[in-house]
Ligand binder design. Sequence first.
Ligand SMILES: O=C(O)c1cc(C(=O)O)c2c(n1)C(=O)C(=O)c1cc(C(=O)O)[nH]c1-2
Length: 577
Amino acid sequence: NDELVKMSQNPKDWVMPTGDYANSRYSKLNQINAQNVGKLQVAWTFSTGVLRGHEGGPLIIGNMMYVHTPFPNKVYAIDLSNENKIVWKYEPKQDPNVIPVMCCDTVNRGLAFGDGKIFLHQADTTLVALDVKTGQVAWTVKNGDPSKGETGTSAPMVVKDKVLIGISGGEFGVQAHMSAYDIKTGKLAWRGYSEGPDNQLLVDDKTTALGKPIGKDSSLKTWQGDQWKIGGGATWGWISYDPELNLVYYGSGNPSTWNPKQRPGDNKWSMTIWARNPDTGVAKWVYQMTPHDEWDYDGVNEMILSDQSINGQPRKLLTHFDRNGLAYTMDRTNGELLVAEKYDPKVNWTSGVDMDKNSPTYGRPKVLDAASTDKAGEDVNVKGICPAALGTKDEQPAAYSPDTQLFYVPTNHVCMDYEPFKVSYTAGQPYVGATLSMYPPAGETHMGNFIAWDGKTGKIVWSNKEQFSVWSGALATAGGVVFYGTLEGYLKAVDAKSGKELYKFKTPSGIIGNVTTYENGGKQYVAVLSGVGGWAGIGLAAGLTDPTAGLGAVGGYAALSNYTALGGTLTVFALPN
Ligand SMILES: O=C(O)c1cc(C(=O)O)c2c(n1)C(=O)C(=O)c1cc(C(=O)O)[nH]c1-2
């Protein structure tokens, strides 16, 4: 979308939830910099009126800001040039029966803009187009069926004349897909499934994996019988787009159920990076990171597109920090695997990826027996697996600065016990099949790190400990400052080169939102949603206390209630006049 390419180059605006198509979450604004960020003050705040987890962040277009909330998915249009007056608001009517089929809190990761409309992906999977000026509904379309466990939490992405949207339901045995709707009418243009026959995958004889054609029935061959029909591979993460290559990138999640014994095979193409043509949906290349998942290491985390040189050669790169604890650097033109390294030294389920191009297991991770929940079998509790199911990183997006050529990554430093059990499929009922508990790595007490990562070499450059997982998205800026939020509720600013903490402020609730920056009236602002929740904060958000509830997160993050409580607030910061 040419309009969006242009608008995303204007650093005064924040026109898509990812900042730009490359998902770099980098701003050219530099009024706030490493020298003065310590003087930051709260400029204004806005209460959303909604409790539970607030993910994503506002869009800023000219003088207008668009703020979204978790269920019931309110949208506020706020005039920044007129005392932050609410110009319009929208609140969909949704059946609250969708709440119990949302696996990991009633979150929503944000809005999209394009063609004079704001796009909202509701919890009940309705995609709504709202007139940007009035909030009037232009069209709506149903992307899925909550009675089967299909829900909406991810942000749409506008690419050319289409709105792309994924779907959640990996814990309910859905057959997940990426779908593209016509921006003018909401008519379905294409739908590519994560598993199934080739005509449902939208693959052809030119689709490759690691440089080789995937061949016929590449997915069907890796499932027993028709298990692919309830195979999961949800697409609830972020989407990126390279306009020059005309490819969109996203990841698919865990195969259903979490009990690996019940679904022998590689379970393709769950846990996979997809590169698709946005016009037709046809996949150019795929890469499966965790074949036959045994730990719920969803592959949905964002694909960050950068142009850097490796061994003196300029490359078009895609960098992905996977739940499985490995960070992948790939050539985004053809899916060549360049680097795959652990971004937390505690990762212990694998000894690493086979990088020998002549090996029959090229590109596959080597699974260590001690961490294999499949080898252990049903009703055996495998202890001390790192990372935990919520991964070394979950939905919280990293940022990339072209100034330092470093990635800034919010991470989890958590391990787990995992006991698979037999489960039968009933539409709309949880199809999980594992009991979990979570805790920090042995001998340690902190559950998170905020790290700087060199994607060319696959090395940690610096690492800051955090008491809890960093569940907030990062922002890198030309001021040499990187921002992120913490589960206790701090907005933090650190030096991009050294990681030195330069500023912190405790907002009203834990932060799982993504930090955003914009300029208005000649002044740079930094904005973040607080409102604790998400999977890590599910105990607080849903009022759960049994330690194994919330798929094991309730016990793991029990101490969070000593630091924060529920409540959605946007906090906006600026330098004093
Ligand atoms: O497989 C799925 O459909 C699915 C959906 C979601 C979601 O939509 O929020 C999450 C997950 N899985 C998941 O595995 C996960 O760790 C997770 C964390 C969060 C969150 O918002 O904190 N959502 C989800």
